[in-house]
Design a protein around this ligand. Structure first.
Ligand code: ZN
Length: 144
């Protein structure tokens, strides 16, 4: 039976009613990382723990990806079906900035500092028919 599987383990809680982004936090100096890292970038300590980063942040910076990225961009899209999308950094409550795809795809919809909400959605279908799920962010409060 086809399932919805995370595209990569450990990026977000899944399956979950209210998915959270997962990262790591250094027990020594408190530095956060996403994706989770076994070593701390800040103090080189190796005592890190997996933590939930939350599902909301604010838009720190963004751009519009207007052409199809080169491999290993493995979606179901072709250059003919590709549609531009936003990419940006969302600052999470701990201060960590997470690089993410954005739902919004025109400059008019995006503003630095706007509140953003985590979304888990299908990215592509694998050979067994499973839906591979990835994360992105959309403007918080936007109608679905
Ligand atoms: Zn550290």
């Amino acid at each position: 039976m086809a399932e919805q599987l995370p595209i990569k383990e450990g990026l977000f809680t899944w399956p979950a009613e209210k998915p959270q982004l997962l990262g790591s936090r250094c027990r020594n100096c408190g530095e956060y990382a996403f994706p989770a890292q076994p070593d701390c970038r800040s103090c080189s300590g190796q005592d890190t723990e997996i933590v939930e980063l939350g599902d909301r942040g604010t838009l720190w910076t963004w751009t519009i990806q207007s052409f199809m990225p080169k491999t290993p961009y493995a979606s179901d899209e072709s250059p003919e079906t590709f549609r531009p999308y936003g990419v940006g950094y969302v600052e999470m409550p701990g201060g960590l900035r997470v690089e993410t795809r954005l739902h919004e795809n025109t400059p008019e919809e995006l503003r630095i500092g706007m509140p953003m909400q985590l979304v888990i959605e299908p990215f592509r279908t694998d050979a067994s028919g499973n839906q591979l799920m990835t994360f992105s962010f959309k403007a918080a409060g936007e109608a679905h």
